[in-house]
Design a protein around this ligand. Structure first.
Ligand SMILES: [Zn+2]
Length: 357
């Protein structure tokens, strides 16, 4: 019998993505060399890369497993693939956390998740992975193998907008601006282990948005990705993924993949000034809601508020978290201002419930 290691859903998503080449230049879970290079230089060989993809294990497993060995990957007691063990090493927790998140504060959700995981499993295994395709459908409604198939049908792989949120007017304004530059837009709905919205809510709200003729040609696809909340490092990681999927442009938000106020506004956009990608980065100033014009607008300045239309300063932040709160509170008046009329009609039809099947 082969040795095995238990994996969680994040590891499973990563194994699939590694096999599909989404994390190129990474070809497998990181070896010690790759790990050190990513943490200290944000590079693998000469290619920029910001997030090490580890498979964590206990000291007992670390001692037992030998380099060169083939190890079964077990998810929920079922063998779903294997790893060819090329490297094994200990994780220095604080170096890992500081490099990935720029903080070791447990108040940061990503730090807290990884800190707990590393306390329990302080070693890491590296090497190429292979997952059994037949088993994937048991655990993923929309796997990235399905995504690859669907992408083959998209002829013009042009601009990408990635999100974990339902569409609100701040996002719609950016999407419209991208479309107006004659780019074909593909929206990727990111699915992780814990999601802000159900997959059905995400896809249905976007389908309603497409009733608005500006958005009718957008392609909407699911993509399974791990969640880090690593702000700029994660924005870069996502850009590489869409570059690997052969898209040409990628929109990066003002606090893309951030967590509360751990990263500065625009830090996720600014990382691309230092680290280069083939995919071109699209960025805008912050989308906000002007209370004077009663419209969503792009703030004229980076550091101070000013409506580009009326020059007024009464600008409200538009963000996914606040919108979700408004839906839960059934705040119809404000929601009707912050959502596209077709998206609003979807929620109205469902009596502002988030329990949509
Ligand atoms: Zn205004």
């Amino acid at each position: 019998m082969r040795n095995f290691i238990n994996i969680d859903k994040s590891d499973y998503i990563n194994a699939i993505n590694l096999q599909l080449g989404l994390y190129h230049p990474l070809k497998g879970f990181v070896t010690h060399e790759e790990y050190k290079s990513i943490l200290s230089k944000k590079k693998i060989n000469y290619i920029n890369f910001t997030i090490p993809i580890n498979i964590f294990c206990s000291k007992a497993k670390y001692k037992k497993l030998e380099l060169g060995e083939i190890i079964d990957l077990k998810y929920k007691k079922e063998i779903i693939g294997f790893l060819v063990l090329k490297s094994k090493f200990k994780i220095e927790k604080n170096i890992f956390l500081n490099s990935l998140f720029k903080t070791t504060s447990r108040k940061h959700q990503g730090v807290n998740n990884f800190s707990k995981k590393i306390d329990h499993l302080p070693y890491s295994l590296g090497g190429k992975v292979f997952v059994y395709r037949k088993k994937i459908h048991r655990y993923f409604k929309n796997s990235n193998f399905d995504l690859i198939k669907k992408l083959k049908k998209i002829k013009n792989k042009d601009a990408v907008f990635s999100t974990r949120n339902i569409p609100h007017l701040g996002h719609n304004l950016i999407q419209k601006k991208i479309i107006e530059t004659k780019k074909k837009l593909t929206v990727f709905l990111i699915i992780s282990i814990k999601n802000k919205y159900k997959e059905q809510t995400l896809i249905k709200t976007y389908k309603f948005l497409k009733k608005n003729k500006i958005f009718k040609d957008m392609d909407i696809l699911f993509i399974s990705l791990p969640t880090f909340f690593a702000g700029p490092n994660e924005a870069f990681f996502q850009a590489k993924i869409f570059e690997n999927l052969k898209f040409k442009f990628f929109y990066v938000g003002r606090d893309h993949a951030g967590y509360r106020s751990f990263y500065k506004k625009f830090e996720s956009q600014n990382i691309f000034k230092k680290l280069k990608t083939k995919i071109k980065i699209i960025k805008f100033n912050e989308p906000m809601f002007c209370e004077t014009c009663d419209l969503s607008v792009i703030n004229k300045y980076i550091k101070k508020k000013s409506c580009p239309l009326c020059k007024g300063k009464k600008l409200l932040e538009l963000n996914g978290t606040d919108i979700k709160t408004l839906i839960k509170q059934k705040e119809k008046v404000r929601l009707s201002k912050f959502l596209d009329k077709f998206v609003y009609s979807f929620f109205k039809k469902n009596n502002f419930s988030l329990q949509i099947d």
